[in-house]
Write a protein that binds this ligand. Structure first.
Ligand code: TEU
Ligand code: CA
Length: 562
């Protein structure tokens, strides 16, 4: 049995502040709005709140472009509002995990304003500058120092006329990458982290932390299957583990914190180092293998994706079994960057939305690892039926869809359907609190379209209705709290070849749990393993339980021999 840690039994609730709750009628969510909703989150049973960035930012990437790490974005409120949020959360037994975005800053950060003044500015080497390719003129197509592609389309290099060099940006040109090989940058980051931890925050989610150490010489790469050369060529660079261990030694080890690294481009084998059980780096990481389960070959995310359960099972099984005994796992279906899971992996029709949302919750929350619930997932919120590309705010999906059309990877007439399936904005439509105007999110004009299904899909209805997704998630979360079998039991996949059912067992000593989830809209025969036949139904998403040996549409059952 691994040494037990509190964050292994925790459930984390993620808030995207811009879209959670607006307290002052400007159509933008804010800290006071979150504070007012803390009892709702505590009632769900979550232990930790992951706050997407609330720091000062010009919002080129909605807060993931930070211009001052020790100030609050004015649209979200003041540092006093933050202190009040932290205090109230702690009073309710909720911990706060901040979003640490230190692979890059905003181009409005003072460090970058200084760096771009001249080549010999003291802050120049806080960022990654290179000359144009030899023999080429800066700014000319092909003069970029290498061929890496930005996650937001185009090259990762932007030419700066003033100093005649390019600077690197794996994301938008307004998010220049920090140079982690510069010890002054590491000092700045570690000081800032300590400053927040001394304020009393309880941990960090670390944005694209796998990309912070760039390969020496920045060689040309072969664009990865995602089309983002930077992921394939940048993840887990030469000094990555050295920097994470330094961060752990100098900061994290001095506090009792929860940490999760967002790790695009990291394999399960490599994750054993990032999230090793000795605790020398991070507690856990977010993997991306299962997020590619519906990608069309050669197209990556921004195409007409189609759910493939076998890919999903294969990815989850690899991580559940591969980390066993080496590292701790995180569990998530969605977040602020991903489509809504009930639309993507379930069925958001009127008939099956709630049933499949509960099935997905059962499937995830009874696996081994720390589960993450994204705002609105607990009430079965769905992807938005976008009417036009003009409604889309998201820089990533807008740029990638446009780039894929230009490259002929997708047809122009498919662009809207691609957005309906994959735009990050599907996760960013305002939280649906009730059936009043603007779903109770704001009294003003919402910054992004509100999903029209808020009239029936909203928290007020969900909290009040015993058979709602919210009250089912509440039961799932409560089960975890009182079961070492759910937290520590060994995972084993069953029926790997089934295209319809995701089934597995969890085993701890003589205790066993059998979980079976039907991902289809029709009955499927599924044999309960002999050793579970005389178990008892721990939880199921049909009101009358299940003893029939088959699973009804989107049925989930958990049978316990505890
Ligand atoms: O995400 C990393 C990233 O590449 C995401 O855009 C996501 O993995 C992608 O959508 C998968 O297709 C982090 C933040 O979560 C994201 O919101 C930021 O835009 C990005 O980094 C830059 O900070
Ligand atoms: Ca507001």
């Amino acid at each position: 049995m691994e040494e037990k840690k509190w964050w292994q039994k925790s459930v984390v609730y993620q808030i995207y502040p811009r879209s959670y709750s607006d307290s002052n009628g400007d159509g933008i969510g804010d800290l006071k709005g979150i504070t007012a909703r803390l009892p709702y989150i505590a009632e769900l049973g979550a232990d930790v709140i992951w706050l997407s960035p609330v720091y000062a930012s010009p919002n080129d990437d909605n807060g993931y472009d930070i211009s001052d790490y020790r100030a609050i974005m004015p649209e979200f409120g003041t540092m006093e509002d933050f202190d009040e949020l932290l205090k109230r959360a702690h009073e309710l037994g909720l911990k706060i995990m901040m979003d640490l975005v230190v692979n890059h800053t905003s181009d409005e950060h003072n460090w970058f304003k200084e760096a771009k003044k001249s080549k010999d500015n003291p802050y120049r080497d806080y960022y990654i500058w290179r000359d144009p390719r030899p023999g080429m003129k800066g700014g000319e197509p092909g003069a970029e120092p290498n061929n890496w592609g930005s996650c937001f389309g185009g090259s990762v290099w932007k030419y700066d006329e003033t100093t005649g060099q390019y600077f690197m940006h794996l994301f938008s040109p307004r998010q220049p990458d920090l140079n982690w090989d510069n010890p002054k940058v590491r000092d700045e980051v570690f000081d800032m982290m300590t400053w927040w931890l001394k304020k009393g925050v309880d941990g960090f989610r670390m944005d694209v932390i796998s990309l912070i150490s760039k390969p020496a010489g920045l060689p040309d790469g072969v664009p990865g299957e995602t089309g983002y050369a930077s992921w394939a060529d940048c993840a887990t660079g030469p000094h990555l583990h050295e920097y994470l261990r330094e961060m752990n030694d100098r900061v994290l080890s001095k506090f009792d914190v929860i940490t999760v690294g967002e790790c695009p481009g990291v394999s399960m084998e490599e994750a054993r180092n990032y999230a090793n059980l000795e605790g020398s780096e991070l507690n856990m990481i977010f993997q991306f293998d299962h997020m590619g389960c519906d990608y069309a070959d050669g197209v990556g995310r921004y195409g007409l994706t189609v759910m493939n359960l076998q890919n999903l099972k294969e990815a989850m099984n690899k991580w559940e079994t591969g980390l066993e005994g080496y590292a701790w796992n995180s569990l998530y279906w969605n977040n602020h960057d991903q489509p809504r899971c009930v639309s993507r992996f379930g069925n958001d029709s009127k008939e099956y939305r709630e049933l499949s949302a509960k099935m997905l919750g059962t499937c995830l929350h009874l696996m081994k690892g720390t589960p993450y619930v994204y705002q609105g997932e607990e009430i079965g919120m769905t992807n938005c039926p976008w009417n036009s590309l003009d409604e889309i705010n998201d820089i990533e999906s807008s740029n990638n869809v446009r780039q894929n059309i230009e490259k002929g990877i997708i047809r122009k007439e498919d662009a809207l359907e691609v957005m309906r399936r994959q735009s990050r904005d599907n996760a960013r439509t305002p939280m649906q609190w009730d059936d009043s105007e603007n779903a109770g999110f704001t009294t003003g004009k919402p910054w992004l379209r509100i999903n029209p299904d808020y009239v029936t899909v909203n928290a007020k209805d969900a909290v009040a209705r015993e058979d709602s997704v919210y009250n089912y998630y509440k039961k799932l979360i409560a089960l975890r709290k009182k079961s070492d079998l759910i937290v520590y039991g060994k995972f084993e996949l069953l029926y790997p070849d089934s295209k319809e059912v995701f089934a597995y067992t969890r085993t701890l000593d003589d205790k066993k749990l059998f979980v079976a989830c039907n991902f289809t809209d029709h009955d499927v025969d599924i044999a309960v393993p002999d050793e579970c036949k005389n178990g008892s139904l721990l939880i199921g998403n049909y009101p009358d339980g299940n003893a029939s040996g088959k699973l009804r549409p989107y049925e989930a059952v958990a049978i316990s021999l505890d």
